[in-house]
Design a protein around this ligand. Sequence first.
Ligand code: NDP
Length: 502
Amino acid sequence: MTQAGEGAEGPVSRREPAGHADGLSAGWDYAPAPESRDIVSIAPEYGLFVAGEFAPAAGGGTFSTVNPATEETLSRVAAAGPADVDRAVAAARAAYDQVWGPMPGAERAKYLYRIARALQERAREFAVLESLDNGKPIRESRDVDVPLAAAHFFYYAGWADKLEHAGFGPAPRPLGVAGQVIPWNFPLMMAAWKLAPALAAGNTCVLKPAETTPLTALLLAEVCHQAGLPPGVVNVLTGAGDTGAALVAHPGIDKVAFTGSTEVGKEIARSVAGTGKKLTLELGGKAANIVFDDAPVEQAVEGIVNGIFFNQGHVCCAGSRLLVQESVAGAVVDRLRRRLASLRLGDPLDKNTDIGAVNSPEQLDKITRLSATGEAEGARRWSPPCRLPDRGYWFAPTIFTGVSQSHRIAREEIFGPVLSVLTFRTPEEAVAKANNTPYGLSAGAWTEKGSRILWLAQRLRAGVIWANTYNRFDPASPFGGYQESGFGREGGRHGLAAYLDA
Ligand code: NDP
């Protein structure tokens, strides 16, 4: 066992809550509650899903996908090359011209409803597969990722026959073929966010899931087949970054939608510039979660934990900078530490697990390196005492106090379970510090004054602002950012605009 954390209480067993600070829970523990993986059948190899069929890559290349909690190879997956991108784009074009584009919206809606229902029917299978491939706790894949993916298909199915009433003019037209590249942090949910609005608007799609998490996108392809979706309407090309680059650069693509790092987003913007392709980018973030002295502390602490430790902090809108009013900072951080000591890190398939595995060794390395700069630059690091499993990629929940705005951990997206705590004295100072970032995706505010929330919402430069809650998503609500967080919105009526020539 590798020990993590610098808590004074020393190591504890993995099944034991990391601390018993209130003395109430001492000697009491949860029994293991593992979800069975029997519901999932993983093939030893997967092909690309093109024109309604699974087939190997033209060049025969494959790569393995690994369970980050155990380092076990789950499957080998086809690596799409330029010839496969050509074939997928041609299939999507044919489906757009001959079937999907001319199809009445009410008919398209039926397919989307079918996909949504199949997602619900196979929810457990999707949840277990997502946790195996991604490392996220089953509680989250079961209660958040899969239900939200289904909700997106239901929501956009409802729009498919109402586009002329959506406020985009009397006869909005689809764009054509969409090339969509998604990351590994919410593999199924990001696929749904991309596919559902595109299909509802009458476009066909070529989707490139992330290299480390291809399996739920491939299962979703199977669901599309099960739903009788005409061949070529949805194509899934597994592969690495070069597959994504070939897809977005392909001349047969009319629209590019990307979620991922700001660095790759900028590269894509350069590749698309001047081509006439439409582009939406949903990139990184460094959100401020602002706690005022009148906030209900217990509730705020839950919101802080949810803001940064949900999905191991692999969340673009994570509340990674806690801005807490100076007069209550000590009390809030004390309670936060006690709460962190009760979080359970370990087996993602255990229903009691709060913090699962980091998705890849590369991401673990990035989190480790950036956290080291926090200490080197003078911030104080704290983790609850907890043991990390021997195998797999793990990082203990971590808080940095004494953070200043110039520290790298206050400026750069760590994309891991690491919280930087800063303080402020006045609301104006909170706004100035919150906005002191090149990003602008999200923010949170904790206060009992409604007027203060409205005052803040007018001043914070972020696409989404949560008040007295955090990380709430709804398909009807638009999501997206400013500045280096990208442009365009996903979700809601706004999400349709990205796929319509309106
Ligand atoms: P990337 O931006 O590299 O990956 C996102 C997707 O883009 C993946 O499918 C990836 O493929 C693909 N891709 C990579 N390079 C290109 C390219 N040149 N053209 C087209 N597509 C490409 O993110 P990483 O996975 O490398 O993560 C790096 C950092 O990015 C993280 O540490 C985090 O800070 C941030 N990030 C932010 C996300 C967000 O939602 N804001 C999501 C993911 C990461 P492949 O998987 O094969 O590399």
